[in-house]
Design a protein around this ligand. Structure first.
Ligand SMILES: *Cc1c(COP(=O)(O)O)cnc(C)c1O
Length: 428
């Protein structure tokens, strides 16, 4: 541990910032004026490189019209594959196993439509009670399309305490009736990292396929999907990858699954050399790109060119190292400064189990968040009583964390949160 036993002071935060090799990247981002932004796990901030990439894309449309498909600096026709190639190192995958397409929800639908083939014996899907609702809605609707009901065919793993999952409990449910396991790499509330390698190895011993939702893990923790032998993964790019609101999502298909007939087919899943033959029988691409559907959302993908170039330059190892220091720093400060105010920190302490954010609970959480925002600290509230803070390696500093916790202490000491009602806003 970094700060064992020492009383943490502002000068320690400043010293850590001076020693921090990644501190200079903060200047590459637009940080909303007057704020300490700690919500990068809901919506990452705009970088200058992303802005530039989007403007370049607009310029190519302006100058080239239709010819942008082949003549733009990053030709639109190949953009999804190009972004897949840039994303692959973040998750330990080969370029052709990754494609930029769709959204988290749509990509999960596509994985299920293509690879979930229930039969009389194997027809169940393992999920957990802590997953994000959209994943569960998608899975239930896919079961319905197969005429299967969720009460019988969805195996819902109970958590230990409403916050953490035990991998042993998950493995214990891996029977021969289970076709697929679908879990998050990092849980969206507690930030627990699931042991993806252990889950995958255990599932494969039982002939079960594994898909991971990487929404909260991509860009915040390291992955070795190929080495772990994961079957499928899917994610959004507007959280730690800073792609912008609604930016295009991503899909990983292990190469051993290439060549399957896409469940939801469309012409952009074609072999590119055949696509414009415009035949009514599709010649599918023999890589992850086969799972694309229609024309890519070029303008919603463009910012990723800029953002991923930062990840390429810095590398996940350094990002993860700083992220762990920031979350440890924050954990210690919460203990040191807020111990009188009955916050309960639900985040795993162990570094190997801790993702890129901190999750604390308090019965006044909704109005504490409103008061924090009024004081320039941007957290995010999770009903009924949770607060998430994501100190992001690329644009937050140790001083940000120090200042945010001091503001929080003041709000609690002076009971400033009582100026607000304790309920959630429409988006929270
Ligand atoms: C953010 C998030 C999503 C979002 O799905 P979209 O299709 O991008 O709206 C899904 N699952 C998890 C676990 C998430 O954290």
């Amino acid at each position: 541990m970094l700060f064992d036993g020492e009383l943490i002071t502002k000068s320690i935060a400043e010293k850590l910032d001076q020693q921090d090799e990644l501190n200079k990247y903060r200047n590459e981002f637009y940080i909303p004026k007057g704020s300490i932004y700690l919500d990068g796990n809901s919506l990452g901030l705009l970088s200058k490189r992303s802005e530039e990439a989007l403007l370049v894309m607009l310029e190519s449309w302006k100058k080239l019209g239709i010819d942008g498909w082949t003549e733009a600096e990053e030709p639109w026709f190949h953009l999804s594959e190009r972004l897949g190639e840039m994303t692959a190192p973040l998750i330990g995958a080969k370029a052709e196993e990754v494609i930029s397409t769709g959204s988290t929800t749509m990509n999960l639908h596509q994985i299920l439509a293509t690879y979930f083939k229930p039969d009389a014996k194997r027809n169940k899907i393992i999920v957990d009670e802590l997953n994000f609702p959209t994943d569960i809605y998608a899975i239930k609707s896919q079961l319905r399309l197969h005429g299967l009901n969720s009460e019988e065919h969805l195996v819902n793993i109970k958590s230990l305490n409403g916050h953490l999952l035990s991998e042993e409990d998950i493995v214990a449910q891996m029977t021969e009736e289970v076709a697929m396991v679908i879990l998050s790499g990092v849980l969206y509330r507690s930030g627990q990292i699931i042991d993806m390698e252990y889950i995958t190895k255990s599932a494969h011993k039982q002939g079960i396929l594994v898909a991971f939702d990487l929404c909260h893990s991509i860009g915040s923790v390291e992955h070795e999907l190929d080495k772990w032998d994961v079957d499928f993964a899917f994610w959004c790019t507007y959280k730690h990858l800073n792609g912008g609101p609604g930016s295009v999502g991503g899909l990983y298909i292990n190469e051993r699954h290439f060549g399957a007939e896409p469940g939801l087919a469309g012409w952009f899943g074609s072999d590119k050399s055949k696509q414009f033959d415009l035949e009514h029988s599709m010649t599918r691409a023999m890589h992850a790109g086969a799972l694309q559907t229609g024309t890519p959302h070029v303008l919603s993908a463009a910012p990723l060119l800029g953002s991923l170039s930062i990840f390429e330059e810095v590398g996940m190892k350094r990002i993860r190292e700083k992220s762990l220091q920031l979350t440890e720093f924050m954990t210690k400060l919460i203990d040191q400064e807020l111990h009188n105010f009955s916050f309960v920190n639900r985040t795993p302490i162990e570094p190997s189990k801790r993702g890129g954010h901190i999750f604390v609970e308090h019965k006044e959480a909704a109005r504490i968040c409103k008061s924090l925002k009024e004081h320039g600290v941007i957290p995010d509230f999770r009903a009924p009583n949770g607060i998430r803070f994501a100190p992001v390696a690329l644009y937050n500093s140790f001083t940000d964390v120090w200042d945010a916790i001091q503001i929080m202490k003041e709000i609690m000491t002076e009971e400033k949160f009582k100026h607000f009602e304790n309920n959630r806003d429409v988006i929270a």
